[in-house]
Design a protein around this ligand. Structure first.
Ligand code: FES
Length: 169
């Protein structure tokens, strides 16, 4: 394993705050072992940076002395990890079977149009990230939209504006 002293913040990471790399470094140093701790470290990194840009993944790879490809592989395997900055609010539209048969696709299409983004993208003002997700276990309320932690059930297309505006205030 490479020692912390040998690890520098990647040059291309100039736009990311050094303090955040320091916080991540402190977390990694506090672990008894980094063996088998990659997922845990990635969780922490996403918590610190809000997402996992390539520079952060490279930093972790160098710090743990493992190939970057291994880190990229884990990040892309788990849908929880995101490599793009997320908005202030995350709008998740359930595309599970119960929601889908109740026209969740119309809801997500409506949201894409209103927000001017595709699923897994963030609006330019950094306000909203749109996601399509699997069943969230509230099928009785289908179709379901989640804004951050708040659940909206039996959502109709014509309610989309109202929901968005609640968060634009
Ligand atoms: S399918 Fe949407 S909550 Fe279950």
């Amino acid at each position: 394993m490479t020692t912390p002293a040998e690890i520098s913040v990647p040059k291309e990471a100039k736009n990311l705050p050094k303090e955040k790399f320091d916080e991540l470094e402190n977390f990694i140093s506090s672990l008894e072992t980094t063996k088998g701790a990659l997922v845990q470290i990635l969780h922490k990194a996403q918590h610190i940076f809000g997402y996992l840009p390539r520079e952060v993944q490279l930093f972790i790879a160098r710090r743990l002395g493992i190939p970057g490809a291994e880190v990229f592989g884990v990040v892309s395997f788990y849908s929880y990890f995101t490599t793009k900055p997320v908005g202030k609010h995350t709008i998740s539209v359930c595309m599970g079977t119960a929601c889908f048969v109740r026209k969740a696709d119309n809801i997500i299409e409506g949201l894409k149009e209103k927000l001017g983004i595709e699923a897994n993208e963030t609006t330019k003002d950094g306000m909203f990230t749109l996601k399509d997700v699997r069943c969230i276990g509230a099928c009785g309320l289908a179709p379901v939209v989640l804004v951050d932690e708040k659940v909206y059930g039996r959502v109709k297309e014509e309610e989309i504006d109202e929901i968005i505006n609640e968060y634009r205030k």
